[in-house]
Design a protein around this ligand. Structure first.
Ligand SMILES: Cc1cc2nc3c(=O)[nH]c(=O)nc-3n(C[C@H](O)[C@H](O)[C@H](O)COP(=O)(O)O)c2cc1C
Length: 317
């Protein structure tokens, strides 16, 4: 018998724990040529702002040794056009999660208000890595008080599942995670990209027109995994783990660390079939190891951990 891969995230019951990450799958149109999107656990669509956004000027992408730097800058068609694209995903019967972006609290509210009544939308994922214009461009997700207030405000506007996507560009991600939970989040997702840059030695200029960009792909996986481990030990809401997942083994590591589900971003660009392959791989892992359901492995590495001492390895905690 096939193992039960289903999992509950807020008000959603997913058939399996695998979903494409925001910004790496568009609205699914291109990927529907490669596989039946109905096999996915959920679909997270591109970050959506209230009005259309052209994004940053090119160059916006740079490959690095083990990852990708992007400075797309929230390019998207705006909430009204996004609603049409999202409604065409309803035929797959898979929960659709709208990634919400903005430069002010009111921007986020406007997107949620515009989509709250849409039956095709199962959940909102707040991208709090966006620069907050009224705080001089500092990302929303770097200040616990601001995170809690933003989440509280959105919570009042929606009965749909509310996910908060955390930025890794902070000193203590656990404080931010707790603030999002206190504000009323049903679930958390982590991580977004890590700030980085690349310089072209030939032109002696930064490669990205934006100077800096967000690093994703295999390079960030150990950082993401560590943060998922820490956050799942500190909050009671389910966590969607992501960052550098490129195969079923990577995804399984996140589940063992405590994530209830996983999202796959950059790896879709190398292999458009990666999501269904990861679903099959997790199923095979469960069967091969005599587990009958996904729930049996979530956080299992925490039970099996050895006491290694403090962060610096000195033995002091
Ligand atoms: C080209 C690109 C566009 C992205 N756009 C968004 C976005 O609109 N909203 C968001 O929350 N995250 C966005 N992300 C971040 C990813 O969803 C994901 O959090 C990050 O890339 C880490 O996962 P990965 O290593 O599997 O790609 C984007 C990433 C890439 C590479």
């Amino acid at each position: 018998m096939k193992p039960d891969l289903s999992v509950k995230i807020g008000g959603m019951t997913l058939l399996n724990p695998v979903m494409p990450a925001s910004g790496c799958f568009g609205y699914g149109e291109e990927y529907a040529h490669y596989f039946d999107l109905a096999v996915l656990g959920a679909i997270i669509v591109k970050g959506t702002t209230a009005s259309p956004c052209p994004g940053n000027p090119p160059p916006r992408l740079a490959e690095t040794a083990a990852g990708l730097l992007n400075a797309i800058g929230l390019q998207n068609p705006g909430a009204a056009s996004a609603r049409e694209k999202i409604s065409s995903l309803a035929k797959y019967g898979v929960p659709v999660i709208v990634n919400v972006a903005g430069h002010s609290v009111e921007d986020y509210c406007e997107v949620v208000r515009a989509m709250e009544k849409d039956l095709a939308v199962a959940a909102f994922e707040l991208n709090i890595s966006c620069p907050n214009v009224s705080a001089g461009g500092m990302a929303f997700g770097t200040e616990p008080g601001l995170v809690e207030r933003l989440v509280q405000k959105i919570r009042l506007l929606t009965k749909k599942t509310l996910i908060v996507k955390l930025s890794p560009n902070v000193t203590d991600i656990v404080k931010i995670a707790r603030a999002a939970e206190a504000g009323g989040a049903d679930a958390l997702s982590l991580i977004n990209t890590l700030l980085g840059m690349a310089i072209d030695v030939r032109t002696r200029r930064p490669v990205l027109a934006n100077l800096t960009g967000g690093l994703s792909g295999p390079a960030v996986k150990p950082v993401a995994l560590r943060m998922v481990w820490q956050v799942t030990s500190a909050v009671n809401v389910p966590v969607i783990g992501l960052g550098g997942i490129s195969c079923a083994q990577d995804a399984t590591e996140f589940l063992l660390a405590g994530a209830s589900a996983v999202a796959v971003g950059t790896a879709n660009f190398n292999n458009p079939l990666i999501c269904p392959q990861i679903i099959d791989g997790i199923s095979a892992y469960l069967s091969d190891n005599s587990f009958s359901s996904l729930g049996q492995i979530i956080g299992l590495a925490k039970e099996n951990k050895t006491e290694a001492g403090g962060e610096c390895g000195c033995g002091k905690k």
